[in-house]
Design a protein around this ligand. Sequence first.
Ligand code: ATP
Ligand code: LTN
Length: 327
Amino acid sequence: MKKRSFSGIQPTGNIHIGNYLGAIKYWVAMQENYDNIFCIVDLHAITVPQDPQVLKAKTRELAGLLLASGIDQRRSILFVQSHVHEHAELAWILNCIIPMGWMQRMTQFKEKSAKQKQLVSVGLFDYPALMAADILLYRTEVVPVGEDQKQHVELTRDTAQRFNSLYGETFVLPEPLIPEIGARIMGLDDPTKKMSKSENAPNHAINLLDPPDVIRGKVMRATTDSLKEIRFDENRPGINNLLTIYQAFTGESRETIEARFAGKGYSDLKKSLAEVVIEGLRPVQERYRSLTADPAGIDAILEDGANRARPIARKMLGEVKARMGLG
Ligand code: ATP
Ligand code: LTN
């Protein structure tokens, strides 16, 4: 029996190489050894205001990008969160057993609410309860995510434990699975901040669908320091980030990379990094173009995914409700 793995990604903004190197690339590789479910979390997306038409288009675009990156619908379940209403129902139930204090500690809420100029919704605060529901509905054992989501997976685990002690053994306790390389790709314009979809600065992120010239321009303008030596060093976030991206795309060791650039300048590194990224993304972009030529085909894959996810979710929710005296 393979272990169950579940992960989610929001259909907002432009998918960038941080999402790819910190999450998607590992999801693709995990298809060999795990029983995988991947979810496009549109109910999480609406925790901040979304234009309905854009949300719909981004959901399909993201499905296309995941499939183009190598998610295989025959080996994995790929579906849209709002198509399986058990997620919202379990989130409500979990809301009622999660203490306020646990939520108040969540750093992502603190960051996102500070950035949010319009309304800060109750949903944004409650976001981790819905994420816990996503994970717990499928008896998930591992959750492959970037570093930023670790705290949410820990809250999920605490929630499962609390439910189990209140109502009897029901949920499996999940573990986060965080990659060694690429778990925290930083912004090109400001390497002290994580690369993020919701950051709008033009030179912040390399998007998966950026054409070669755009990628070259962004890499060449990336913020570095005024030193010379090219080596991995966490105290030099700009150069460290570029080298990490290089390492994640090539799979080469740190020593090999440092030896290659010994005595060379930052612009040599940037030129070669741009080509590595362009070549790394080329097959994904090509497959994306052919997949999106048939949008109905993508919709059918998502519908099939929801049809496979729903019975698993329904069974778990039924068990939860029975334990609580509901339904
Ligand atoms: P937002 O900034 O709008 O919250 P995001 O860029 O963090 O969006 P998500 O949809 O929240 O994107 O994340 C999808 C997956 O990508 C998650 O597993 C997350 O941990 C991972 N991820 C996001 N940003 C990075 C990053 N800079 N480096 C590595 N992994 C990342
Ligand atoms: N919160 C996550 C997306 C997400 C998720 C999940 C990840 C929603 N539900 C369940 C793993 C498991 C994010 O913003 N990256």
